[in-house]
Write a new protein. Structure first.
Length: 73
């Protein structure tokens, strides 16, 4: 089960601007596309219960990235 929810404000444990969780990717989805995304992120980052798509504003533009659950708080 995911530790964070859509709309939560999170930060990288190593420090970052405030980021908003906009999507959660887990291995318990019934959607084949989400399952494929989970497997791709698992290959990139290693095993995790969930991966979070986060968005934030920096230097006049929006940024978006995916982080494993273990990297954010």
């Amino acid at each position: 089960m995911a530790q964070f929810n859509k709309g939560d404000i999170v930060n990288l444990k190593s420090g970052s601007p405030d980021m908003t969780v906009i999507s959660i990717i887990t291995n318990s989805s019934d959607d084949a596309n989400i399952e494929m995304a989970y497997e791709a992120y698992k290959t990139k980052f290693g095993e995790s219960d969930a991966f979070y798509v986060c968005k934030w504003f920096s230097n006049g533009s929006f940024k978006e990235e995916v982080f494993p659950e273990e990297a954010i708080e």
